[in-house]
Structures are given as structure tokens and as C-alpha cells.
Ligand binder design. Sequence first.
Ligand code: FAD
Length: 459
Amino acid sequence: HVSVVLFTADLRLHDHPPLRAACDGGGRVVPLFVRDRAVDAAGFAVPNRLAFLADCLRDLDAGLRARGGRLVVRSGDVVEEVCRVAAEADADEVHMAADVSAYARAREGRLRRALEGAGRRLHVHETVTTVVPPGAVTPAASDHFAVFTPYLRQWSRLSPRPVLAAPRALRVPDGVRSGPLPDRAALAGSAGLSPGLARGGEAEGRRRLAAWLRGPVARYEDRHDDLAGDATSRLSPHLHFGTLSPGEVVHRARRAGGPGAESFVRQLAWRDFHRQLLAARPAVSTADYRTRHDRWRTGPGAEADAAAWRAGRTGFPLVDAGLRQLRHEGWMHNRARLLTASFLTKTLYVDWRVGARHFLSLLVDGDVANNQLNWQWVAGTGTDSRPHRVLNPVVQARRYDPDGAYVRRWVPELAGVSGRAVHEPWTLPDRERAGLGYPAPVIGLAEGLARFREARGLT
Ligand code: FAD
């Protein structure tokens, strides 16, 4: 008996139902990863995620070798490659994780037809990339939840399935060819690779999770919005690439207990919430979930504003700090994501898709469900019950970066500015301001707010 396990967004050995099912069958197993040409063609394979992916694949291969196996890596059309490997190994079946995007579901359908046509079975496993599978809980009159709180109530009542141990050993059939493992070093120097990018891989993810649950999670409830404190888990890339199992994270956080862990688990429910929404409405990766009849700004003025925003040169220190953190680390604090997204879509009134594209070009955790639906939430075209609220960057700065330490860390032009002026450099005397080399605000906040309110018919 031979099984192929196709790894996608689940690059781990622990708590991995497809791998366990294949190993429990007692036969030989081909662990396979396909560098999918369609993902590259869609522009999704950007340097930061490719570098993190390279770490993940090397670590997965090392973990498999320690158990007597190895990872088979191919590239090309994913369906053709899986079928080719299944034929080379004379496999009876293929195991893989369920996923939610329109692309992932089309891939699953194509794969099923191709394999079944050759007399092989495809097993698709739920609860690999989510804690609760999309559609497992629904409100009375709909196929998905559009409001988070009632979703959370139902989500919290379902216990995640028990955590599965990593297999102790596996046997790979001979004669299955593998391409080279991708190499992070090969990406060094490519434009768009962030110098402060985190390291990937299951071992690193497990180390981070253990360190997080041993201490810092206890203060998550109080400190998750403290920008300078950087007191969130930073597990998002590991959840995106599946080097950590979301179900295992929930089990272990609940075992750690306390209000910090509870509020951390609530954030993980947001992840499942967006996935159940995308599964039910695949078009919302690009289309508005709720239309507000926006006529977003276009043309040279809007393009110049968007360029200043991307470069972190809007003249609003907290906005610029967030965007520069994104460029430097391939990651941004959630509070800064909220503010920078509100600034682009509401203060500058530029289409959320423009911002979402920029985030996806850099975020190491860049994820269709989380990114697009959080952008829609902020833009007011998604599930926020207060779709027209506008975050004020100065008010946000006083609240979440009261000492200005986050701004000084990411905006070196302002590192020497003391007191409140670090958040409002335009209040400095002209001579002092001119010496900073920091841009003047691209827009007046009152002007931006008035334009937005008029566009949304609120005046
Ligand atoms: P923690 O605060 O430690 O939270 C733990 C985990 O919960 C996160 O790792 C993440 O998996 C999940 N989570 C937390 N907040 C959210 C949320 N609002 N929605 C969904 N899941 C959440 N997250 C991504 O993973 N990928 C994205 O592409 C992404 N794009 C975003 C774009 C915008 C405009 C906004 C406002 C948010 C976006 N988020 C995205 C959500 C959130 O900002 C990140 O998950 C979080 O900042 C990651 O840091 P962390 O792991 O330290 O989070």
C-alpha cells in the first residue's frame, strides 16, 4: 500500500491528519510538496513568503529524514505533478488538507477528477488549516456568519479534535525523483526581501509557541495594542504556512489558561471566521462583501497619495511607522495594520484593493482570507458593524504609542524629536521642522474626513 501526502499550507509533522492517516495505513508514504506554477503566475509568490517557505521546506525535510523519510519537491502544474508522482510511486491514494479559497477548491476538484480517472482515491482532511471547518457552524438562515460575536459563541462550544502526535517513522518508496529544496540564500538581495524577516519552519514555530505560552501570553489581554511593547505572539506566519496547527495552538493556550490566553484564543477564532466567510463567498477576495457604492479616487492625485502611503511618507508618523515596519520585517503590528488601512481607504479614500495588494506583496503572513477580509472590515465593505468609522492617526498615536517609542523606532527622521511633537511634527517651529527631512502631511485630517463622509452620503 502506498500513499502520497500532498503538503500545501500545512508544513508540519505534528498534529497533521493527512500524514497520520497515510502512516497509520502501515504502507509506504511519499511526502510531497509542489511549487505550484499557478501560485507564481498569480503574483502570490513574493520574496518574503518564498524565503519563509524555503525555511519551512528544509525543516520539514529534516524532520522527515529524522524519521527515515524525506520530502519530495516538484514544481509545475500541481495536478499534473501529483498525478505523475502517484504514478511513479504506484500509489493507491493521495491525502491532503481542505482549504478555503476559490483556487484551493478548484485545485481539489481537478485533482480528484484526475486521480479518480487513474483509479486512485483522494482523501481531503478537515481541521488541518482551521480549528473549526467552514460550514460546521452556521446561523439559522444562512450558510455563513456575517457577525463575529455569535460566530465566536458557537465556535467556542465546539472542542477541537484531540492533537495528533507526529509519526515516529515512515518509509518512502524508492525511485521517486525530487527536485532541489528551495534555498533562502538564493533570494538574498532580491528587491522586496525584508532584512528583518523572521525565520520559518516547524521547529521555529514550536519554539515560539512554547516561549509565548510560558510567559508573555498572560499579559496579552492588556498589552496586545501596545505598539512599542510588541506584545503579540507573532505566530501569524506559522499559522499561515501551517508550521503550527491552529487546533494544537488552541488546546495548548487553553491549558495555559487565564484571561490573556482566552483573549488570544479569541483572535484565533477570527482566523476561522474569515475562512468560513471566504469559503461561503469566494468572490470577496476581490469583490466587496457589502457594497457601499464607493467611487474610490483614481488618477494622478490618488496615485501619488498611494505611493506616499506605500513608501511610508504620508507625513503622519504612526502611519509611516507601520508601513516602514512592514517593509523592514515583512510583518506589521495589528494596531498599525488597522490604522494604515483606515488611513488609505478612508482618509485618502483610495480603494482597499490597492492597499491589500501592497500588503500581500510584503507580508510574510499574507493570506487571502485574513488580508482581504480584514481590509474589507476596515474599509467598511466587510463585516464591521460600524462601517463608516475613521481612525484618527494622532488620537491613535496618543493611545497606543503614548511615549512615541514605536514611531522613533521606525521613523529615524523623528528619533530626536521629544514629547508630543513626535506624533505631530507639523506643530514644530518651521526651522526645526525643515531640518528633519520628514515630509509634510499629504492631507489635512479634517479635509479627508469631510470628503469621506460626503462620499458615503453621511453629511
Ligand atoms: P496575535 O495578536 O498574537 O494573534 C494570534 C493569531 O490570531 C494571529 O497569528 C492570527 O493568526 C490570528 N489573528 C489575530 N488577529 C486576527 C484578525 N484580525 N483576523 C484574522 N486572524 C487574526 N493576518 C494574517 O494572518 N494575514 C494577513 O494577511 C493579514 N492581513 C491583515 C490586514 C489588515 C488590514 C488587518 C487590519 C489585519 C490583518 N491580519 C492579517 C490580522 C492581524 O493583523 C494579524 O493576524 C496579526 O497582526 C498577526 O500578529 P500576531 O501573530 O502577533 O497576532
